[in-house]
Design a protein around this ligand. Structure first.
Ligand code: SAM
Ligand code: DTB
Ligand code: SF4
Length: 334
């Protein structure tokens, strides 16, 4: 006999990696009573991962603002009037110095973001390839988020030593055009396929708190969990509402919404690094602890995300000590 938690056979889900989840199964998990959900996520997490370990990543915006896209959440879209200072692509030397500082502060993954719609084959891309090479040589996992990529560009990044590529689905396919109209869901999925084909680790997740329904959140998780292979990393961002963007007045999401997203992601994609991403500055220690309990095992460290504030490194050191967490080593998943 199989016992059930929230109507899902526990034996079936706790031991296998599955890519055939139905929306209904995911919804049943998502809506289960909070303590059942937390218990189950924490159990799955311990079966597949070292639950004390949390990956510490650092972000750097290497090209800021002036983006032609219309993503309603984004302070870097040229069409919205925000306080973001536009900056052309940074110099390689400066980026490598920042990576070295991040490494000294305990980060094992360095992620470089550019406010581009897509990568173009030009001098700027050559510079990014140099940055990738340099960070990789330092022994850090190097990640980029540069917008859409062709198969050839993904291959070039791989050859330069790129470890992971971040490209978020952001929300469900159904809600996508309420948030972004300058590209579509299929464009996003094509880039993810190009990244996968180049054998680069896939990082893809989304944002909650943009006015989407819980059905949309479940829809996004369903798309991620039914890709041919689960992304190695899934960031769960709480919207950071930025003045001047169309979503500036959105209400803060509650911790229970973050917990439901993280725990569901953990259960349906057991080995994936689930990242408690944007929004930590507005969370208490206890709220963040609940997210780790739910299976989050990665964070962004350093006092800035791309353009918005993030907790100080010292505060996170204290958080790790308090909760008995330890930073994960680089390249562990290989
Ligand atoms: N331009 C590239 C792209 O869109 O793929 C890369 C950079 S973009 C800023 C990376 C991701 O940051 C977005 O996909 C989105 O999920 C996240 N993001 C941007 N602004 C945000 C905000 N205000 N709150 C939460 N997440 C945000
Ligand atoms: C992700 O999912 N979250 C990070 C990273 N991937 C690139 C970005 C969060 C950005 C928050 C808004 C800002 O700081 O500009
Ligand atoms: Fe541009 Fe990326 Fe911001 Fe969209 S999320 S406006 S593509 S920088």
């Amino acid at each position: 006999m199989t016992s059930t938690i929230a109507n899902i056979p526990t034996q079936q889900t706790a031991t296998q990696i599955r890519n055939d989840w139905t929306r209904e199964e995911i919804a049943n998990i998502y809506y289960s009573p909070v303590f059942d959900l937390l218990y189950r996520a924490a159990t799955v997490h311990r079966q597949f991962n070292d639950a004390q370990e949390v990956q510490v990543c650092t972000l750097l915006s290497v090209k800021t603002g002036g983006c032609p896209e219309d993503c309603a959440y984004c302070p870097q879209a040229a069409r919205y009037h925000t306080n973001v200072k536009v900056h052309k692509l940074l110099e390689v030397k400066e980026v490598l110095e920042k990576a070295s500082e991040a490494q000294a502060a305990g980060s094992t993954r360095f992620c470089m973001g550019a406010a581009w719609r897509e990568v173009r084959d030009n001098k700027d891309f050559d510079k990014v390839l140099e940055m990738v090479q340099g960070v990789n040589q330092m022994g850090m996992e190097v990640c980029c988020t540069l917008g859409m990529l062709s198969a050839e560009q993904a291959q070039k990044l791989k050859e330069a030593g790129l470890y992971a590529y971040n490209h978020n689905l952001d929300t469900s396919e159904e809600y996508y055009d309420q948030v972004i109209t300058t590209r579509n869901y299929g464009n996003r999925l094509d880039t993810l396929e190009n990244v996968r084909k180049a054998k680069i680790s896939v990082c893809s997740g989304g944002i909650i708190g943009m006015g989407e329904t819980e059905g949309d959140r479940i829809g996004m998780l369903h798309t991620l969990a039914t890709l041919p292979a689960h992304p190695e990393s899934v960031p769960v961002n709480a919207l950071v509402p930025v003045e001047g963007t169309p979503l500036e007045s959105q209400e803060k999401v509650s911790v229970w919404e973050m917990v439901r997203m993280i725990a569901t992601a953990r259960i349906i994609m057991p080995k994936t690094m689930v990242r408690l991403s944007a929004g930590r500055v507005r969370m208490t220690t206890e709220e963040q602890a609940l997210c780790f309990m739910a299976g989050a095992n990665s964070i962004f460290a350093g006092d800035k995300l791309l353009t918005t504030p993030n907790p100080e490194v010292d505060a996170d050191k204290q958080l790790f000590e308090l909760l008995g967490l330890k930073p994960r080593k680089a390249f562990k998943g290989e």
